[in-house]
Ligand binder design. Structure first.
Ligand code: BES
Ligand code: MN
Length: 444
């Protein structure tokens, strides 16, 4: 690994580019400016494109007629680092330990997108040109649903014309096993607020006379699932496309044990989820309802005898083919309103929403990706779907008319979105090799 590559990586990681929290907005923009400088420095024509949210970084080489055009997409924004006390080192001060770099964004997505940038840098240094016409589109709002990127794509549709999109923002099933992901789950979010009295109350003076909103919220949230882990919202599974037999068979034959893997990485006491499906099937091809956060009442030290005025929860639903976000939200809202316990009111706010993605790993571009993966990692390629979401992939299809190749570099132990997120330098190197192989394979 070149020393300058490592310096670039650390500089990139030092920006706390947390997109969801306005407190960090300036840092997010500074990070975008750093990228502009980096991409300009390696010889690409680069623009910072403002949006109503965080800016998009757009870079291209000199395009020549008759060549394939490839877009490489990634994101420079990261998830919040909280809870801070669970990190072994500060999240925005990268450290190298046993070949792994620890920092928020080290995997998701700074390490992965940087590998592509460094790959392009090395080829430009050596050959003075790339084998393809290239666009880098690196956004700052992926972790909050890419709300402004669709407009960017529509507004620049002609200038962004390309043949295929390459994204490294997914995983490898194990170290050294090159992985092509041909499917992702979608995600749709809502926030709910349950209100009882208009102010916090003395629980001795009023307890027993008015409803407690936390109790009501707990009862309501408990109606979302049955005891076996199935989502209990009526109609929730109606549109779910059943897993194909070949797919179940192929996933059974992958060189990993999904149960062992998840137990090891999560340190949970046991696995839990919908019966009738293997762990990998539940993760990659079954929908879920998750409570991501819950709040209300006194959270300080000691005790406080209070009936809080309100309680709130944040929910997301992971969707699979052929579920539709808007329909699902309606089903969920109807269910929540119908099951609301007496004595309280309910307010629901919609959050971001992005669809699932499914593509053909055996298409001509899919096969090119498989060849490049095999070449870069010198091992058989695993074909999988994944549980995470990259909503913009659907808009690459609907707006630009192109498919997305998901060639991720994240490892099972990467702790994306968790404390101690990490990425091995080995994969930064692998990603550089992969970038070169991809552009070569896609060129012809
Ligand atoms: N890199 C992930 C998506 C991902 C994770 C794909 C794991 C495959 C496996 C991406 O950065 C991400 O976290 N996306 C969000 C999107 C959401 C906030 C709209 C997600 O999946 O929660
Ligand atoms: Mn992420």
């Amino acid at each position: 690994m070149r020393a300058s590559h490592l310096e670039d990586y650390y500089s990139f990681l030092r920006f706390p580019s947390v997109s969801t929290d306005a407190e960090y907005a300036e840092k997010v923009t500074e990070c975008a400016h750093w990228l502009v400088e980096k991409l300009t420095g390696i010889g690409l024509e680069t623009k910072l494109v403002p949006t109503p949210g965080h800016p998009v970084v757009w870079a291209k080489n000199k395009h020549q007629p008759g060549r394939r055009t490839v877009m490489i997409y990634g994101h420079y924004d990261v998830q919040p680092p909280d809870p801070l006390d669970l990190w072994d080192s500060p999240p925005f001060e990268p450290v190298l330990k046993n070949g792994y770099v620890f920092a928020r964004g080290s995997t998701d997505n700074k390490g992965q997108i940087l590998a592509h940038i460094l790959g392009v840098q090395e080829v430009l240094e050596k050959d003075g040109d790339l084998p393809v016409n290239l666009h880098f589109v690196i956004e700052g709002e992926e972790e909050i649903g890419s709300g402004n990127l669709g407009n960017f794509l529509s507004q620049n549709k002609e200038a962004l014309r390309c043949d295929v999109v390459v994204v490294s923002d997914t995983g490898m099933i194990a170290p050294g096993v090159p992985t092509l992901s041909y499917g992702l789950r979608g995600v749709t979010a809502l926030e709910m607020k349950v209100t009882s009295a208009q102010m916090d109350l003395h629980s001795g003076i009023y307890g027993g006379a008015v409803a407690n909103p936390i109790t009501a919220l707990a009862q309501l949230l408990a109606t979302l699932h049955d005891r076996e882990g199935r989502v209990a919202i009526p109609g929730f599974y109606d549109k779910v496309k059943p897993l194909e037999d070949w797919e179940r068979e192929a996933w059974r034959n992958l060189p990993i044990d999904g149960d062992k893997e998840v137990l090891k990485e999560t340190e949970a006491p046991a696995l839990f989820g919908e019966t009738g499906y293997s762990t990998l099937e539940r993760l990659w091809a079954r929908p879920t309802a998750e409570i991501n956060g819950i709040g209300g009442g006194y959270q300080g030290k000691g005790t406080k005898t209070v009936i809080p005025s309100h309680a709130m929860a944040k929910l997301t639903f992971r969707m699979v083919p052929n579920q539709i976000g808007e329909d699902l939200l309606e089903l969920a809202k109807t269910h929540l309103r119908k099951n609301l316990p007496p004595g309280v009111t309910l307010e629901i706010t919609d959050g971001h929403s992005g669809p699932w993605y499914l593509t053909d790993p055996h298409s001509a571009f899919g096969m090119a990706a498989q060849r490049a993966l095999k070449e870069a990692f010198n091992a058989e390629v695993a074909l999988i779907r994944e549980g995470g979401s990259i909503p913009i992939t659907t808009q690459f299809r609907t707006i630009l008319g192109v498919e997305t190749l998901l060639v991720g570099l994240a490892l099972p132990g990467c702790r994306a979105h968790s404390p101690n997120e990490n990425f091995p330098l080995e994969n930064l190197d692998g990603g550089i090799r992969l970038n070169k192989a991809m552009l070569r394979e896609l060129a012809t």
